[in-house]
Design a protein around this ligand. Structure first.
Ligand SMILES: Nc1ncnc2c1ncn2[C@@H]1O[C@H](COP(=O)(O)OP(=O)(O)OP(=O)(O)O)[C@@H](O)[C@H]1O
Ligand SMILES: [Mg+2]
Length: 323
């Protein structure tokens, strides 16, 4: 088992909003090990994106962040914008659902990759250009020499996402955060983009955090899973244990709502996630939980070891043995 390259401890993110403080992330611990493909799953609004945007220093000033995020030993919480700019793109990169918004429409794609290279490395224009073409080739863009001279609008959605990946990995970061990288793409293209991400992970030893709603995708490419609910990690396990023996009722609900084909978005579990302007005391899932008892409302449950997984359910033993 490799050592963690990214160590998140007791991370909280609270937004100041006109309606009051919104507790988006409420104390998560999460390790990303060198070279692994780690999944972060959970319903919309559970705090997946905000957790990693906080780590990247990409949240607006309305966000208050506490806790610790160590990247290769470097503390990112409270780091200056200069330090964070040096980290972004060099040690850790993030890609998003919509590749078009990540690209500059008026610059050739090759130049955009070269710019990322030269932001962090002393490279001649010629060397940066040559490396850009190599990178386009690595992410599976044919005729990469010619394609480097084109503009983002000349690429299809899937090809644009490949360009975005090329930019993200240009400086061989240790961690790549992929936030719903395939959600906006056609199903056939989704699989290709996942393959590219997997190739990068294996060929360069890049640790990948795959943020997704899609447990079908997770099953195909990830080794470990963190399940988030209402700003907390509620279950953490190896992929096989998540499917065979889910020990948190929320994880069970996610699995039960998994479509047969495994490629569509999950249909929601009955009920709604809590309003994070007023998070409930105790377990945030209890209003939707078939296993809830009065005690669930008393204290905020923390992760504890249950069999091979870690679960934040005080009734995990009963959950495991129930049908
Ligand atoms: N800039 C912001 N200002 C205020 N609240 C925000 C901001 N960004 C996110 N939030 C809130 O923080 C919570 C967590 O949001 P986040 O985007 O992390 O969810 P998510 O798990 O990534 O969901 P999705 O699957 O829809 O992407 C939500 O309640 C969201 O409304
Ligand atoms: Mg998100």
């Amino acid at each position: 088992m490799s050592a963690p390259v990214l160590e998140i401890r007791d991370l909280t993110v609270t937004f100041t909003t006109p309606l009051g403080p919104l507790a988006a992330v409420r104390g998560i611990d999460l390790d990303v090990r060198a070279g692994e493909m780690l999944a972060v799953v959970g319903e919309s609004g559970s705090g997946k994106s905000v957790s990693f945007l906080a780590a990247m220093g990409l949240l607006p000033k309305t966000a208050t962040i506490t806790g610790s995020v160590l990247l290769d030993g470097r503390q990112l919480v409270g780091a200056s914008s200069k330090e964070l700019r040096a980290v972004r793109g060099q040690l850790m990169s993030m890609i998003f659902q919509d590749p078009l918004s990540a690209l500059n429409p008026v610059h050739r794609v090759g130049d955009q990759i070269a710019e990322m290279l030269q932001a962090h490395q002393k490279l001649s224009d010629k060397a940066a250009k040559a490396r850009s073409v190599d990178l386009l080739e690595i992410v599976g863009i044919p005729q990469s020499g010619d394609r480097a001279l084109q503009y983002p609008h000349e690429f299809s959605g899937g090809m644009r996402q490949r360009v975005v990946i090329a930019i993200a990995i240009a400086n061989s970061p240790k961690v790549l955060i992929a936030d719903e990288p395939t959600t906006a793409l056609d199903v056939t293209v989704q699989a290709q983009i996942l393959e590219v991400i997997q190739k990068v992970q294996k060929q360069f030893g890049t640790a990948v955090v795959l943020i997704t709603h899609d447990l079908g995708v997770v099953a195909r490419v990830c080794e470990r899973v963190n399940v988030m609910y209402a700003g907390r990690v509620v279950e953490r396990a190896e992929i096989g244990d998540i499917f065979d023996a889910p020990s948190h009722p929320y994880t069970r609900g996610l699995l039960a709502s998994l479509p047969q084909a495994g490629v569509e978005r999950l249909s929601p579990i009955a009920g709604f996630p809590p309003n994070m302007l007023r998070p409930p005391a105790g377990c945030a899932f209890r209003a939707r939980c078939p296993h809830a008892v009065a005690e669930c409302g008393e204290t905020l449950p923390t992760l504890r070891q249950i069999g091979a997984s870690h679960s934040a359910c005080i009734r995990a033993e009963e959950v495991l043995t129930s049908s």
